[in-house]
Design a protein around this ligand. Structure first.
Ligand SMILES: [Zn+2]
Ligand SMILES: [Zn+2]
Length: 274
């Protein structure tokens, strides 16, 4: 299912994200590798490695942006909630099905309503404008992969730029304008790396805390937990990344059915319909 929200803020953020990744790739390839490592095998190696990581980061972002984050389906028939006193943000019926009055439907435990997506999302963590989508049960893996690959890309870009500054190379062009352009672009990419690096590191720590603490950002904000039984870290990661070999968790593609401890929405909803 192809998913794209028409939120202007989100669309600006995703354009900025892709521009930032492409600019870093352009500077590292054109102004670092091709200028300073042209005649060495290391040049080819770094060219392949850097582009592969940039491609994986972009693919993970694309999957996080276009995947269904775990939208709770709307009922086929109107439901009667007259005997239920609950609203969208009411979390008192913990670990139980609740009612969303905005979607007018029952929703599984840990699902929350997103005001931007205008739907309830299973195990919603937060709405992220940088992927123009919610981070939920079905796309959190891709979001994590995106953060991880960008973190690697930032460290890699900084290391390559530093190395190009420190080593005087005999084959580098001596034209002063070329040298000045190289310095300008590499300084810009360093500033960009620093900004993105700090942002991504903070997000990555946040996400890992949420996963290992078994408490989404929404639940933290609403002070809903932790009330679930303790689970090992590997089990918690499996819930997010799927029941496959951990090495496959690194690939931004469908490598396993995302874990869900509840029945499929359509069948369970039928039992709740009035
Ligand atoms: Zn809702
Ligand atoms: Zn959302």
């Amino acid at each position: 299912m192809f998913f794209l929200l028409r939120d202007p803020c989100g669309i600006i953020c995703i354009v900025l994200t892709y521009l930032a990744v492409f600019y870093a790739d352009y500077v590292v390839v054109k102004w670092v590798i091709l200028q300073t490592m042209q005649n060495s095998l290391w040049g080819s190696f770094h060219m392949v490695m850097f582009n592969t990581i940039a491609f994986l980061a972009s693919l993970a972002h694309f999957r996080a942006m276009c995947s269904d984050p775990g939208t709770v389906p709307l009922p086929h028939n109107r439901m009667d909630f007259s005997d239920i006193h609950s609203d969208c943000n009411n979390g008192t019926e913990q670990e139980d099905w609740t009612v969303c009055t905005r979607c007018e439907t029952y929703r599984p435990p840990r699902a929350h309503h997103c005001r931007i997506c205008k739907r309830c999302i299973r195990r919603m963590d937060h709405h992220c404008p940088w992927i123009n989508n919610c981070v939920g049960e079905k796309n959190q893996k891709y979001f994590l992969q995106f953060l991880m690959y960008v973190a690697v890309l930032v460290v890699y870009a900084v290391a390559l730029v530093m190395a190009s500054w420190m080593e005087e190379c005999p084959s580098c062009p001596i034209d002063i304008t070329v040298r000045q352009s190289r310095i300008l672009h590499t300084v810009l990419v360093l500033v960009e790396s620093l900004l993105f690096g700090l942002f991504v590191a903070a997000m990555l720590v946040d996400q890992l805390q949420a996963i290992f603490g078994d408490e989404t950002a929404v639940e933290q904000a609403q002070d809903l937990g932790p009330y679930r039984p303790h689970k090992p870290r590997l089990a918690l990661l499996t819930e997010v990344c799927g029941r496959t070999h951990p090495l496959l968790w690194l690939l931004p593609c469908d490598t396993g059915v995302p874990y869900s401890s509840y029945q499929s929405d359509s069948t369970t909803l039928l039992t709740h319909e009035v």
